[in-house]
Design a protein around this ligand. Structure first.
Ligand SMILES: NC(=O)N[C@@H](CC(=O)O)C(=O)O
Ligand SMILES: [Zn+2]
Ligand SMILES: [Zn+2]
Length: 418
């Protein structure tokens, strides 16, 4: 089947894109094709489909928060064509059989390319490393206990050794429970003023320090999930200098928000890791700008209205992000003049694909026709009623941004159109 996308702006030039059997077969001005499947991009940007290596789709176990269908449709609305889903599900897919069932579930229900991480240890919390070799036969994107730090060094070391053998990454939610201490936001003056229990930022960096010593010994590819502290950024910078195979992601909220913006006890400002100090936020921005941090990942974490109501003391951790990431990052980093669009696409497509070995991230002849058409000209307001996700728990509601997705294609098929 043929499809023609007319008048897309690619690297500043208006071009047509010819798609045949799901692949891009030509990019040129004024392509003539006999197909009736024509989409006119009207001069708006045609970008490679974005990639988010950190999303929570909640199925099975928590379908009231999100399903694979709703999460993947929301992703398409955000301009994403590939995501990697986290395994904090119920049941946790911590055996080869359960993992294979999850792969099948994703394939049957997702409108985009949903890849899956497998757990490091049983139930994401015990000390027994999963049967990684068996699970690996079903092609996990890597191993992670996201939602929980790996508390026992021996468990992490064993996991790293096995992951190295299987040539798969370890993705680390770094968090030492003893330094979190039941906290609801970053420990410090703001938490004190609001009377909220604090989470030490050292809970992240101390466990990262431990892990990096083991990365050096095992040689595993180690990916830092949702980096949030200045100490962590500096350690990753140093690890890269030493030639360790370390990559890192930062969320839009950790570069755009910090604890000083938490003005009242507001559950929409509660996530893990928490919004840190301004110095941490600036270090994350600097890390992104100098390549220490490789990519942006949303940590899309939908919850119900009830779970995100009341006090931060009891509300669930996490915010949605998949439908606002592109516009927020574009508005604050590209529109503001800090970086160009190509750099943003490095962070949101090229480098995620490289780090996780996905055949995606570029819009070029010969690639799968995964792309998104985006209007960066017209300002709009982020509204909960525009979300496709079941979760509306975003601290960015009411913000004015640039970067509205008009249509998204996966293997040449329309999966979202405005
Ligand atoms: N980020 C969060 O605050 N919450 C995530 C878990 C996680 O990413 O650690 C969730 O699953 O809700
Ligand atoms: Zn996490
Ligand atoms: Zn997460």
């Amino acid at each position: 089947m043929q499809r023609l996308i007319k008048n897309g702006r690619i690297n500043g030039q208006i071009q047509d894109i010819l798609i045949e059997d799901g692949r891009v077969t030509a990019i040129a001005t004024n392509i003539q094709a006999s197909t009736s499947e024509v989409f006119d991009a009207q001069g708006k940007d045609a970008l490679p489909g974005l990639i988010d290596v950190h999303v929570h789709f909640r199925e099975p176990g928590f379908e009231y928060k999100e399903t694979i269908a709703s999460g993947s449709k929301a992703s398409a609305h955000g301009g994403f064509t590939s995501v990697i889903a986290m395994p904090n599900l119920n049941p946790v897919p911590d055996t080869a059989d359960k993992f294979a069932a999850q792969i099948k579930r994703n394939a049957e229900n997702s409108v985009i390319k949903t890849y899956q991480f497998a757990p490091i240890s049983g139930g994401l919390i015990d000390d027994h490393v999963t049967n990684m070799a068996e699970i690996a036969q079903h092609h996990p994107a890597g191993f992670t206990n996201d939602g929980h730090g790996v508390q026992t060094s021996m468990t992490m070391l064993e996991a790293m050794r096995q992951a190295k053998n299987l040539d798969l990454p370890i993705v680390a939610h770094i968090e030492d429970d003893s330094l979190v201490n039941g906290g609801a936001m970053n420990a410090g003056a703001v938490a004190d003023r609001l009377g909220l229990p604090g989470m030490e930022s050292l809970s992240e960096s101390t466990q990262l320090a431990r892990d990096l010593v083991m990365v050096k010994q095992t040689g595993v590819h180690y990916h830092v999930a949702h980096i949030s502290t200045k100490e962590s950024v500096e350690m990753v910078r140093q690890a890269k200098r030493e030639g360790l195979h370390v990559t890192a992601e930062v969320s839009p909220h950790h570069v755009l928000l910090d604890e000083t913006m938490v003005e009242f006890d507001n559950p929409f400002m509660k996530m893990n890791p928490p919004l840190r100090a301004t110095t941490d936020r600036l270090a994350c921005i600097a890390g992104l700008m100098d390549g220490t941090i490789d990519m942006v990942a949303t940590d899309h974490a939908p919850h119900s209205v009830e779970e995100k109501s009341g006090s931060m003391k009891t509300a669930a951790f996490g915010i949605v992000g998949i439908e606002t990431s592109l516009a927020l990052m574009y508005t604050h980093f590209v529109k503001s003049g800090l970086v160009n669009l190509a750099t943003l696409l490095d962070w949101m497509a090229v480098k995620p694909a490289q780090a996780f070995n996905l055949a995606a991230g570029k819009l070029a002849v010969g690639t799968a026709a995964d792309l998104t058409i985006v209007d960066f000209d017209e300002e709009y307001e982020i509204k909960a009623s525009d979300f496709i996700s079941k979760g509306t728990n975003s601290p960015f509601l009411g913000e004015k941004v640039f970067g509205q997705v008009l249509a998204t294609f996966v293997d040449g098929q329309i999966v979202y159109s405005k």
